[in-house]
Ligand binder design. Structure first.
Ligand SMILES: [Zn+2]
Length: 278
């Protein structure tokens, strides 16, 4: 079934691409402060991964920092792998230490709004407020601004794309789901990710789903056995040349399963206590 929403997205995207973006992915963002860097434990010497030469995949985690983020970061460290976290400002406020650790350990941070609204239903002022508040709190907590936007539910329109362009950030969606929020089952999550894994794929997961965090060592082992290098989205082929306001991966906005891969049901189901893990 071809949804009108999807068509609208495709049209909006095309329009957004006509507009001259003001900055690219690699736009100069303030560097982490020396203070933030010095507090982190000495990281193992990073081994640069060239995704033009080796098989890469990007695992991405939305709605965090979730209460299990610390454990997830331990796993990624152990496997010498990188992830991308699309953070909600409200949880960065309650768990600043987790956000700080993500940046210190070399993971990508993206903006997932402040309170997870449907951006298309908001005024332009409100959209800007949701995104700007999150930029500011991430900067305050980690010393670094997010460099990409992933709109909640993967929903955006021409106005959101124009604001992303204005803010100098590409829109990052995904081209493979895990359905972790729906199944909450380790084996189901493992099977779904391996089914959807492909070179330069971007997989959607959630660090508030306990089973996702629990199955991660097994999943990273399996992906490494298949020859994958787990990298942050910005390391994937074509990512760095994606312009502000444009969508990465190319064509992902036309995926008809997009919104079905994002929690849209009971919001209480994934609301978290702000006290947890902070
Ligand atoms: Zn979300």
């Amino acid at each position: 079934m071809k949804s009108p929403v999807r068509m609208l997205l495709a049209t909006s995207c095309a329009l957004a691409m006509i507009a001259t973006p003001t900055a690219a992915w690699s736009a100069e963002q303030p560097k982490p402060t020396a203070k933030a860097a010095s507090k982190a434990k000495p990281a193992p010497k990073p081994v640069p991964v060239d995704c033009a030469k080796v098989k890469c995949i990007a695992l991405t985690f939305d709605d965090g920092p979730g209460k299990y983020a610390d454990k997830l970061l331990d796993t990624f460290k152990k496997y010498n792998s990188k992830a991308t976290f699309f953070l909600e400002g409200q949880y960065v406020k309650s768990r600043p230490a987790f956000a700080k650790r993500m940046v210190a350990e070399g993971h990508d941070i993206g903006n997932h709004s402040y309170s997870h609204p449907h951006l298309r239903e908001l005024s332009e002022d409100k959209i800007r407020e949701e995104l700007t508040k999150t930029q500011d709190i991430v900067k305050k907590s980690t010393g670094k601004y997010p460099t990409t936007i992933r709109p909640p539910y993967g929903e955006f329109d021409q106005r959101v794309a124009a604001i992303a362009a204005e803010m100098g950030m590409p829109i990052v969606l995904w081209n493979g789901g895990s359905r972790d929020w729906a199944t909450r089952n380790e084996k189901a999550i493992y099977d779904e990710v391996l089914k959807n894994a492909k070179r330069d794929g971007v997989i959607l997961m959630h660090d508030w789903v306990e089973q996702t965090v629990k199955v991660m060592p097994k999943l990273l082992t399996a992906l490494q056995k298949q020859g994958y290098h787990m990298v942050a989205v910005s390391s994937l082929r074509g990512a760095k040349t994606t312009k502000a306001g444009e969508v990465y991966p190319v064509g992902s906005e036309k995926d008809e399963d997009l919104t079905s891969e994002s929690p849209t049901g009971d919001p209480d189901d994934f609301a978290e206590s702000p006290e947890d893990g902070s």
